[in-house]
Design a protein around this ligand. Sequence first.
Ligand code: PMP
Ligand code: GLN
Length: 379
Amino acid sequence: LTSKLPSVGTTIFTTMSALAAEKGAINLSQGFPDFKPDARLLEAASNALLNGSNQYSPMTGLLDLREAIAQLIHRHYQRTVDPLDDITVTSGASEAIFDAIAALVQVGDEVILFDPAYDLYEPAITLAGGVCRRAVLTAPDFHPDWQAVGELITDKTRMVLINTPHNPTGSCWRNEDLESLWQIIKDHNIMVLSDEVYEFIHFIESAVSVHKHEGLRQRSLVVSSFGKSFHLTGWKVGYVVAPKALSTELRKVHQYVTFCTTTPLQKALSDYLIQAPEACDALAAFYRDKRDLLRNGLKDSRFTLLPCEGTYFQLLDYSAISDEDDVTFCKRLIDEVGVAAIPISVFYQTPPVGQRLIRLCFAKEDITLKDATERLSHI
Ligand code: PMP
Ligand code: GLN
């Protein structure tokens, strides 16, 4: 058998969560909340199941949900989108990203992404026959060097895949970044795939979205995830917003990958969004408190904390503690300290030599975070 993805193994999230469970460690590795979503959502889901929303939904998503999403986008970004043509509901952001790449990247097309990058991008591009070109983000702030990005553009470049707030680094782009991106691509036939799953989780005033950039949004697919915004990573419901021409191509793939996303959960989300249009307004403040709890809990430890402007991930530099590579160090943390983290080298094409960084997820109950920081202060 010739593998289509010879360099791909099992994801680090599966590996680390399994190790954490096996060894009874506090799991701050894979990103998911350990607390419950709003009870109204659970009630809406159970009503949807009991009241008969159990068959296929329209391929593009329940219209009520798409209308509620259009309202949400208007509330947060003052952008008007057409629920019929511009919004497609998908089975998580993962499916949205995969569909977009499968639909729009042709064999030999070059896609620019950033190093480090979320782990599903590169395999999806490779399967489509595309070629990844990575622009380096450098610690501690991980902001793009736009001149270097511009130098990666060739006549084969078809897409730039961006992600802000950024997993795994927690950095957020500013308006200047979107403007630099726009200047680089505007005279070329280049699309943008903007992974904004942490759109409501940022801790700086100046965080930005492609939804607000007049030029970019005409060429972009913007991807969101209810998993992140409503603490429901296991529901796997997300959506893509894109102009009609791009949405039409994306839907050609979506209709054959899943046809549609789980109907009762779409119904629950639309009922909830109609009841609570303000549901995402307080998310940033909620996670800021958790970030600060984690950071304060580690201030007397031997870890150095990197800036965290968004997402629910905090990077720690462990070079004062060990010379081990990050995978070895994470395994030892599970065994000796009882805390599971993610080694960030796995997000790189070329991990920087000597960089010693791990990622902790702070989407956890305060008590979990206190327990974890207490343990981490003793290594
Ligand atoms: N993109 C990023 C940056 C993520 O962190 C995640 C998290 N799982 C996803 C996409 C996928 O989101 P979903 O679970 O909605 O598929
Ligand atoms: N996005 C989550 C993270 O970065 C993991 C999702 C997954 O397990 N695929 O931790």
